[in-house]
Design a protein around this ligand. Sequence first.
Ligand SMILES: [Zn+2]
Length: 310
Amino acid sequence: MSVLLLTHPSGLAHENGEDHPECPDRLRAVMAALEAEEFACLVRDVAPPATEDQLCLAHPAEYVRWILSIRPQPGHFTPLDGDTAMNHASAEAALHAAGAAVAAVDAVCADDSIRRAFCATRPPGHHAEPRRAMGFCLFGNAVIAARHAQRAHGLGRVAILDFDVHHGNGTQAAVWDDPTILFASSHQSPCYPYTGAEEERGAAGNIFNATLPPGADGTAFRAAWAQRLLPAVEAFAPELLVISAGFDAHARDPLAQLRVREADFGWLTDEICRIADRLCGGRVVSLLEGGYDLEALAASTAAHLRALMG
Ligand SMILES: [Zn+2]
């Protein structure tokens, strides 16, 4: 069984501004780590663009057209919020990041030789709300992946598992009243975007938030998943697992204060794959979200891919 790696060069040209932590070097660090001999068996492909129709799985059409119309001249930036901006390549990069998520779903659902896929793309997506870009995110890639699996491949229940250190407020907003999609998230609290309290359960009881205090380490991170989030995922009996794979809970990350290590990300990925093997025909689609210390990001992504490869 092969693991698919999708990326697109536009992810190397999208920038939020000078000295911004969500920068092209992040993707370079990830791709350099995956050049190692142990990853030679990955099936590599270039991500196609998403269609507007696919982007509308998570956003109203007006929002999609507005984002895609923002194409400033090279060297210029169009700010969307305090920490999110677009340059000349951003619309293209966002199209291919969402398109990678869609193609990854197509591969794990329809290609018998592929059971897991990782999308090494930028911009990330889990903070993008249906009508609002924020937190370095333009389109809700994880939600688009989940709903594409339902619409194009007839799946019923899909679970989105988000271990980025920040709460995936955009994903939560998009699936709040959707009983067919479970959203499980571990995140530091308090921390940006200051949502994701454990009382936030969704209109259909389909949201599961586990908060971790600043300073929490891998033991607390593993316990949150093993004791609370993974049992909820299993009880939901999903047919596909989508991971919002942010690696900024790492101890070295400059944007938060958790003390998770790459081995913890590897452990969680193993556990997720075990559930997928039991309930989902092995199907896992993983999407890169945050992770801002380049060394930690590279090592964590490598640990994640090792586990996806089994
Ligand atoms: Zn994050």
